[in-house]
Each structure stands twice: as structure tokens, then as C-alpha cells.
Design a protein around this ligand. Structure first.
Ligand code: ADP
Length: 488
């Protein structure tokens, strides 16, 4: 049998998505951690630099205060020593120092470009209010400091300017170097992360292949089954999943084996059944051949027997074909609204002569009018088989009763006889193909052993059910239940 394969996607090895997941789970925290670490590193460095700058600037503002440097500038008596110190501090911090006097004018600029300009920015105003203002501008990569310079108590005398802010020291310094250091750290970190990731990938690959080993084992066992070894034991109990797969596959293989066995049995039964009439024909023909001067009556008698055997062979083949047609996965049913009463009457009319031959009374009791959705030809065959059997497996002057009843969902046909009955131990098996309780009697009456198998198949196709009650020597009742409405 050709199996249809509809494959839309190439399957991937389970290893790949597993590895992907593990790497992703490792990578995300690593990246978050490095982001956090780098930003912490930058801030920490910047803050250290700012602290140092602040300390140096505080020393400067003290000196400026003590030397009355701002007022001195006004008098043109600036201290050259302090001047140099301011410049050195600015250079050391890689920045610029600007000193602003009480009128917001720049009196000293280490870059010598803004002297004399007026600076009114928020940080300077806050410093004039006595605050030490610090901040970082990460975007433009610099930090700034604004430190108040108090008035010289000695020169202020009693005016109290020792507590008044007479100027502001403003320092700005580039953090470019810190950013570069951060970049270098980031590169190092990336290298470490790459190494970590590769180690994780290697470890993950080893663990995954170890963890997937039971599935591989299962696959190997299944490959053996695929090669046709149906006796291969499928069992991998390492995981609950592999155990469940093993169980399901073993179960399916068991079913397949039973199916295979019953198919073989069926083929051997068919061969046997088909051979029996041929053997009889051969025996009859051979005996005729061996007889010299046989009278014409004997010829006629033998030829009639041969003709009977050919009929039998034909009937077996017909029944087999009927069964094979119904065995298709989608058997064709010709469903139509049918009067079941009329259908049964027709069957009985056809079978009455056979019953009469054996003086068997054939009675029909219809409790109500029934119309149902059925395949008339098939269902007629099913019920005919039951009535024929009730006549065949009966005594002379026996009785066969057929009843029809219905409720709101189903109709029920009962075929009741007071014939030979079926012993309890065979009741289960009579629906099997070629199964006969009394082989001699079945042969004698021209049975093929397929009648009940066909009947059961037809009833099942109509989504119905068939049941039998029987007592040996007392009689048999077959009950067929079919839904009134057929739902495909
Ligand atoms: P067959 O062609 O032999 O009649 P069936 O499949 O119709 O085959 O029936 C199978 C066997 O069941 C018969 O051989 C017979 O032994 C038994 N059987 C069927 N119907 C009856 C019945 N009404 N009473 C007694 N035995 C029956």
C-alpha cells in the first residue's frame, strides 16, 4: 500500500530549538548584566573624578577667599601663584575653570576666551545662593561643578561679608576618557561573554545529546519495526513520555499483528472454501471418466451434482465480493426513505416457497408503520440472511416469526425461530467469516458461512446493532436495531 506523505516543512532536529532556547536564556541575563555593569562603572568613575575635582576646587576656593582673589582681580593685584595653581588644577582635571564675580562677570578663565562675559545660568545662580552644584552631562560627555566663593572676612571687616557669596568657581571637565575606558571595558566584557556563551553551547550540546538518548533508542527500535520486524520489543521507560510512546506503539503493533493474522486466516479460509467445490467436481468428473459404459442416468446425476458444486462456488464468490465491497473505507450506501413494512413483506414473499417446502410457518407481525432512511437493497439482503437462516436451521414444521417495531429513534426487526438453536459457546463466533456451528448442515443447505458476517456489516454501515439470544434445541432470536434517520 502506498502511503501519502504531505510534508509542508522540513523537520528540524530537536537539538536545534533546545540549544537555541538555552543560549537565549543564557544570553539575555548576560546582556542585561553587562549593560548594568558598564553604566555602573561609568557613573562610579565619573563620581570619583568629580569628588577629586571638588576637593581640589574647594582648596582653590579657600585660597581665593583667603587671598581675596576676586576683589584683587578688580584691583589688578591678582596673585600669580594662585593663578598658576588654578591653571594646573584645570589641566590636571582635563577641564576648564572659570571664576565669576558678584556681578556674574567672568574674571578668570583658564581657556582665556570668555573673560569679561556675563554668565547667568541656573547652576551659577544656585552656587550664589550658597549651594555646591555638581552634575554630569552624559550626552556631551562632561561634568560640571559650581562652588560658591565666600567673601574674605578680614577685608570685609564688620560688614559680615564672610558669610556672603562674593563669587563662584565653575569647573567643567570632559568625561571622554571615561567613555573610552567604558568602551574598552565593554569590549572586554563582550569577549568574556562570547567565551561564556561558547562554553554554555558546548555544555548544552553534550547534555542535550545525553538527555535525548532514550528518544534515540526508541527511534532505533522503531526503525527495526519499520524494517518489518513486528516482534521487536518497543520499550524505553526512562521518561514518562518515552514510556507512553512505547506503550502506544506496542499497542498499535499488537493490533497490526492481529490484523495480519486474521488476514492470513481469511485468505487460507477463502482458499479452502473455494477448493472444496472444485475437489468435489474433480472427484465426480474422475469417477465418470473411470466408469466404462456408464448409463446415461448416472451421467445426468453426476452432471447435476457438478452443476450444484459450480453454483456453490459461484455463491461463495458472490458473497465474498459483497463483503469486499462493504469493507472499503467509504462503502457506498444508497440511502433513501423506505417503508420498512413493505420491504419486509417483499422479503417474506420471496422466502415463503422455501419455508413451505419444509412445512415451516412464516409469520409477520408489524406493530406499527415504519419509514426510515436506509439502503433498501443492502438492508433487504441483511434481513433475508436472518430469515433464511431461521428457515435453514429449523426442524420440519417449525415456526419463524418476524416482528417490526419502532420508538422515536430506532426501528427493531426481530427474527424468531424455534429451530436448532446455537450453543452458548458459539454465539460470539457466528458473525465471523466462514464460521459455522454445524458444518455438515451448513453445506447441506448451501451455506457459505458468510451470511451473518454480511448481515452484521450492513447493520454496522447503518449505524445499527445486532444481538442474538439462543438456546440449543429451543430456538434463536436475532434482533436488529437501526436508527430511523441516517446521519452520515
Ligand atoms: P451459513 O452460510 O453457514 O448459514 P451464516 O454466517 O449465515 O453462514 O451463519 C453462520 C452459522 O451460524 C451457521 O453455519 C449456523 O451454524 C449458525 N446459525 C445462523 N443462524 C442460525 C439460526 N437461526 N439458528 C441456528 N443456527 C444458526
Amino acid at each position: 500500500m502506498k502511503r501519502k506523505r504531505t510534508r509542508t516543512r522540513r523537520p528540524v532536529a530537536m537539538k536545534i530549538p533546545l540549544l537555541g532556547c538555552i543560549l537565549l536564556i543564557t544570553l539575555i541575563p548576560l546582556l542585561l548584566q553587562s549593560r548594568f555593569l558598564l553604566s555602573y562603572f561609568y557613573r562610579n568613575q565619573a563620581e570619583t573624578a568629580m569628588m577629586e575635582a571638588q576637593n581640589r576646587c574647594l582648596i582653590l576656593t579657600n585660597r581665593i577667599r583667603n587671598l581675596d582673589y576676586i576683589n584683587g582681580m578688580g584691583n589688578n593685584s591678582a596673585d600669580p601663584g594662585l593663578d598658576a595653581e588654578i591653571r594646573t588644577t584645570a589641566d590636571l582635571m582635563n577641564g576648564r575653570i572659570v571664576i565669576i564675580d558678584g556681578t556674574f562677570r567672568i574674571v578668570r578663565d583658564t581657556f582665556d576666551i570668555s573673560r569679561g562675559r556675563t554668565v547667568v545660568v541656573e547652576e551659577v545662580l544656585r552656587a550664589f545662593r550658597g549651594e555646591t552644584v555638581t552634575g554630569i552631562n552624559e550626552e556631551k560627555a562632561y561634568f560640571y561643578l559650581a562652588i560658591p566663593v565666600y567673601g574674605n572676612p578680614e577685608s570685609a571687616g564688620t560688614s559680615g561679608s564672610g558669610e556672603t557669596v562674593t563669587g563662584v568657581l565653575l569647573m567643567t571637565a570632559s568625561t571622554e576618557a571615561l567613555a573610552q575606558a567604558e568602551e574598552r571595558a565593554a569590549e572586554r566584557l563582550a569577549l568574556i561573554q562570547l567565551f561564556l556563551l561558547l562554553s554554555v553551547a558546548a555544555a548544552a550540546l553534550v547534555s542535550i545529546s545525553f538527555l535525548l538518548r532514550p528518544f534515540k533508542k526508541l527511534q532505533q527500535q522503531l526503525n527495526l519495526v519499520a524494517e518489518g520486524n513486528l516482534d521487536q520489543d518497543i520499550r524505553v521507560d526512562t521518561y514518562r513520555e518515552t514510556s507512553a510512546i512505547s506503550e502506544a506503539v506496542s499497542h498499535t503493533i499488537g493490533d497490526l499483528k492481529t490484523l495480519d493474522q486474521s488476514r492470513q486466516e481469511f485468505v487460507s479460509n477463502v482458499s479452502h472454501e473455494l477448493k472444496t467445490p472444485i475437489t468435489s467436481i474433480r472427484v465426480l468428473a474422475d469417477s465418470l471418466k473411470g466408469m466404462e459404459n456408464a448409463p446415461p442416468e448416472l451421467y445426468r446425476e453426476f452432471l447435476e451434482d457438478i452443476s450444484d458444486e459450480i453454483d456453490r462456488e459461484g455463491k461463495i464468490i458472490d458473497d465474498l465480493l459483497t463483503l469486499v465491497k462493504m469493507d472499503k473505507s467509504t462503502p457506498d450506501l444508497n440511502i433513501a426513505q423506505v417503508s420498512v413494512n413493505a420491504m419486509i413483506e417483499q422479503i417474506l414473499k420471496r422466502l415463503r416457497p422455501i419455508a413451505r417446502k419444509r412445512n415451516i410457518e412464516l409469520v409477520y407481525e408489524s406493530i406499527r408503520e415504519v419509514t426510515a432512511d436506509v439502503d433498501e437493497v443492502k438492508l433487504s439482503l441483511a434481513i433475508s440472511n436472518l430469515v433464511e437462516n431461521a428457515i435453514k436451521y429449523n426442524h420440519e414444521e417449525g415456526r419463524v416469526r418476524v416482528t417490526l417495531d419502532a420508538d422515536h429513534k430506532f426501528f427493531y426487526v426481530r427474527v424468531i425461530d424455534n429451530g436448532v438453536g446455537i450453543p452458548a459457546e458459539f454465539q460470539e463466533r457466528v458473525f465471523e467469516r466462514f464460521y459455522r456451528v454445524d458444518k455438515a448442515r451448513s453445506r447441506e443447505t448451501g451455506g457459505t458461512g458468510l451470511g451473518l458476517a454480511i448481515t452484521k456489516n450492513i447493520v454496522m454501515m447503518h449505524q445499527g446493532a445486532i444481538r442474538l439470544q439462543s438456546k440449543e434445541g429451543e430456538g434463536t432470536t436475532f434482533t436488529v436495531r437501526i436508527p430511523l434517520n441516517y446521519i452520515p
